[in-house]
Design a protein around this ligand. Structure first.
Ligand SMILES: CC(C)(COP(=O)(O)OP(=O)(O)OC[C@H]1O[C@@H](n2cnc3c(N)ncnc32)[C@H](O)[C@@H]1OP(=O)(O)O)[C@@H](O)C(=O)NCCC(=O)NCCS
Length: 166
């Protein structure tokens, strides 16, 4: 039974309320941008629709999401996807939910023929950096002191995973 507790699927319009709640409670100054959080949104999918999201359920409850999109809109950048958001409800952390979402993103990327998945993570977000490294992402570059968050300078770290080498 344990194997069925955690499942990942594509998002549905009806996930909006559950994902909005997760988004509103998942981020802090070490992981996100407070200005985003202050901007009260009525719809999780206002930013981008269900088609851009993978959703994790634990025991049938929506507990996390991963937003996977094309990194570039022009043809020369085709084949590079980007993770534009990943969050897991606090109560469901440490059970492999984010790892399962990253596995599903890999599968989606391979299905689409993508060669690489990239992302940005705050230098201060040690849990996420560890997660990405464990899942095959490597640091491609660091932008030192890129942001000022809560009065402190924060690095932006570019990471990526190669799905097939050129
Ligand atoms: C970062 C984040 C997405 C991780 O989600 P998560 O579901 O807890 O991640 P996982 O469970 O896959 O891995 C977390 C830890 O649990 C461990 N773990 C995974 N499955 C496990 C299991 N079945 N039993 C015990 N431990 C487990 C992992 O080894 C990992 O250990 P570590 O902390 O030593 O690295 C989550 O903390 C979060 O939403 N943070 C806020 C938003 C954020 O920072 N997003 C990333 C922005 S770039």
């Amino acid at each position: 039974m344990t194997a069925n507790r955690l499942t990942v699927r594509r998002a549905l319009v009806t996930d909006d309320v559950a994902l909005l709640r997760i988004d509103q409670t998942s981020w802090d100054v070490s992981t996100g941008f407070p200005s985003y959080q202050e901007h009260i949104r009525e719809s999780f999918f206002a930013r981008s629709g269900p088609e851009a999201h993978l959703v994790a359920e634990y025991d049938g409850e929506v507990v996390g999401y991963l937003r996977l999109q094309d990194k570039y809109t022009f043809p020369e950048g085709a084949g590079v996807l980007t993770i534009n958001g990943l969050a897991v409800a606090e109560k469901a952390r440490g059970r492999g939910v984010a790892t399962a979402l990253l596995d599903a993103a890999d599968a989606e990327g391979r299905l689409l023929g993508a060669r690489k998945i990239s992302l940005h993570v705050h230098g201060t977000n040690t849990a996420a950096r560890r997660l990405y490294e464990r899942n095959g992402y490597v640091v491609e570059g660091i932008h030192p002191n890129e942001y000022v968050i809560d009065g402190k300078y924060v690095d932006s770290v570019d990471m990526a995973k190669t799905l097939w080498a050129v």
